[in-house]
Ligand binder design. Structure first.
Ligand SMILES: *Cc1c(COP(=O)(O)O)cnc(C)c1O
Length: 365
């Protein structure tokens, strides 16, 4: 029986052996933060993403903040983003001393699109953070084109979408910058925190590289303002290096679980994700229903774990609401009220998938 929507204890034995070996090598090396393991992983990860530069950082939220700082976004600037994506972009925007401006989402894919951005007030907007929510790549070509017309830089939040493909290009390739998290539950997860920024812009890569370590150009010589301490650990980089070759296989298995759900869960009150092809790496399998509490209760009785990603639009968070009184995005709010996440992870068995399917299908709203 499943204990959670994501069970991290099920690491394959051969991978565990590889990781123990990698861990020992770092232990014996005497170098524990931002060293040769990080450099090696940065090269491998940038190759994987199909971009020339990757910069390892401490976590995904820092990746977003450093991307904004690297692009020169700050005081007085607005950054457009969606309000249904867990608040990570919002945190990064405020920590860069800029302000978020929220765009509406597509009701079927729950990401922004060129069409939802049409009604945005672009005045003062200097950048756009596009979240590939639940692992589904947003429609990047049309978004990039629109952003270029407004002279706005595009940052991809790829924290849920490592390896998602559109027109043969991975997430992180499309925008000026792509930001990743390696939090343990992500499709590529460390054994602790980690993150990366990827870009094709050599100068931007150089600035972000400096900003992650006090703005140093060389040791103790800070030439950039707003520098941070946001280093990636050697041990995390070494473990990620062992896991990276398995990422595509894990994504395939996640998609397979998603497709099983999509074909086997047949219920008039349940809406499935709209896209299940290679654009989607099934980080989360999120259904929609107008009777969410009833389904949650039913799944609870059946012993099936579920969760809500995410229940509160960013602009309604108690910590932020004073900035956004009277502001409303109806499609965003409807999504926040109706989404429900079912268990979906690579080590899940077909039998467990079947248990979830049976539980949902037996629900009487
Ligand atoms: C997890 C996540 C982040 C933040 O990553 P951390 O490493 O936890 O800071 C950012 N954006 C999205 C969409 C995420 O899912």
């Amino acid at each position: 029986m499943l204990e959670a929507i994501n069970e991290l204890t099920r690491m394959p034995a051969d991978l565990q052996a590889q990781i123990e070996k990698a861990f020992k090598e770092v232990l014996n090396s005497g170098w524990y933060a931002l060293g040769p393991q990080v450099a090696r992983f940065e090269t491998a990860f940038s190759d994987y993403c199909g971009v020339p530069y990757a910069i390892g950082v401490a976590n995904g939220t820092d990746a977003l903040q450093l991307a904004l700082l690297g692009l020169g976004i700050g005081e007085g600037d607005y950054v457009a983003t969606a309000a249904n994506a867990g608040g990570y972009a919002t945190h990064a925007i405020f920590s860069a001393h800029a302000q978020p401006r929220y765009a509406e989402i597509e009701p079927d894919t729950l990401t922004i699109s060129a069409s939802t951005l049409q009604s945005l007030d672009w005045q003062g907007v200097k950048a756009l953070i596009v979240t590939h929510l639940y692992g589904l790549m947003a429609p990047m070509p049309e978004i990039i084109e629109l952003a270029a017309r407004h002279g706005v830089a595009v940052i991809e939040d790829c924290a849920q979408a490592h390896g998602a493909l559109l027109d043969g290009r991975k997430s992180g390739f499309w925008g000026e910058v792509g930001c990743f998290s390696f939090y343990p539950t992500k499709n590529l997860g460390a054994l602790g925190d980690g993150g990366a920024v990827v870009t094709s812009d050599a100068e931007l890569a150089g600035r972000i590289r400096q900003l992650r370590q006090y703005g140093w150009k060389s040791k103790y010589n800070a030439t950039l303002e707003h520098g941070r301490n946001s280093r990636l650990d050697e041990v995390q980089a070494a473990l990620l290096m062992e896991k990276l070759p398995r990422l595509d296989g894990w994504n395939d298995r996640r998609r397979e679980v998603a497709r099983q759900y999509a074909s086997a869960i047949i219920h008039p009150e349940v809406l499935h994700p709209a896209i299940l092809d290679e654009r989607y790496v099934a980080h989360l399998y999120v259904i929609r229903t107008r009777h969410r509490e009833s389904l949650q209760r039913h799944l609870g009785v059946c012993g099936i774990p579920c969760d809500i990603h995410y229940p509160i639009p960013d602009y309604r968070q108690p910590s932020l609401i004073r900035h956004f009184r009277g502001f409303s995005l109806p499609k965003t709010e409807a999504a926040c009220a109706e989404v429900l996440t079912l268990p979906c992870f690579p080590e899940m068995t077909n039998e467990e998938v079947g248990q979830v399917v049976d539980a949902v299908n037996s629900w009487k709203p």
